[in-house]
Design a protein around this ligand. Sequence first.
Ligand code: ARG
Length: 445
Amino acid sequence: MAKLWGGRFSKNTNELVDAFNASIDFDKRLYHEDIRGSIAHAGMLAKCGIIPAEDGEKIIAGLKDILADIEAGNFHFDVALEDIHMNVEARLTERIGSAGARLHTARSRNDQVALDMHMYMKREVAEIAELLLKFEEALLTVAKKHEKTLMPGYTHLQRAQPITFAHHMLAYFNMLQRDFRRLLGVWEGADMMPLGAGAIAGTTFPIDRFMVAEELNFGTVYPNSMDAVSDRDYIIEFLSFASTLMMHMSRLSEEICLWSSTEFGFVELDDAFATGSSMMPQKKNPDIAELVRGKSGRVFGDNMTLLTIMKGTALAYNKDMQEDKEAIFDALDTVKMCLTAFTPMLDTMRVIPENMRKAAAGGFINATDCADWLTKNGVPFRDAYKATGELVARCIELGTDLENLPMDEYKKVCDVFNDDVYSAISLERCTNERTVFGGPASANV
Ligand code: ARG
């Protein structure tokens, strides 16, 4: 196959080099953006009088035919043509002749691939934003149902203080809101139009980059041609956003795995969103949560891949940058798949408030409130803390809890205690009096 760039070469490319060099297997997914970008470029070239108007029309019609062929599955992608850009261009010229050969005027594959990737990222970011909002909505829905569902809050995975399940869910909601804000930042970075940068130093043709930007709905145009062709920051920003989102989902996944264990029994996953074991008939496994937790590692890897690819590249474009694609495509696919599976799993998850309450009633999670009660009755906090610690030890000795410990035991430790303490350490009060801004009291939540 004759190369589009074959002019200065006297030998054919070695087959191994073709295979090694080619990105068509993975960059063919940019076909839509590549063709839309080329249509905008050709339209601009014609309007600016750089190519004849009728050639512009032929190019645009030819590109639309190729788009239809690809979408109908009637397009053969050729490895010898290396990438999506040359596959489309070669086919165009094959079909419409010399007009097709004018398409690449004032353009390089370096700014072309940058344009394609920006357009592709904008489309994907919009899709992911929607999935993220649905996930946030699912968390809000669960929270709304469980404003009064008491559960133990944990630190060090040890029962700590009482909270509500709503409060717990809304902590994740807040994380996702930050993720959403980061995603908007990714959009901003992607919304800059690189075409017209050429290979590195722009062009002497009187092109209009702003016309292309407007045609393709870009907010801004890269003001530096070298940066335009070698910037992958918006991709790294996406991967950083994606890593953080996956880390959040992985934490919730871990909790769902714990909560759905017999030991916790806080939730039960819907049969449609859990799986069985091939050997153990009793098993119901939280595979989705586990996979999301596992796939977070993949996305972190993709993030590191991009940073490592970029770190040693001198300005401007280097072929290293072709390696951005598999990592970013993998991360995009993974994040979308995880969000798509996770939201309905959450929507259908059965919460078991009785078990949460039972767990909240054990483990002395009202000990802080007992110490606080003493403090509010004039005992310095450190002394109150020590006295309550002694009460807890006594409870463990007697096999009881603070709610059921007799008053004479309280008095032995500190004579400020009276019967009012019992209502102060009831779980409902412990939770609902945490009315501090940001606290779990259902009135705040
Ligand atoms: N397939 C290439 C990439 O993804 C397109 C740009 C190639 N440019 C070049 N001069 N070899 O980065």
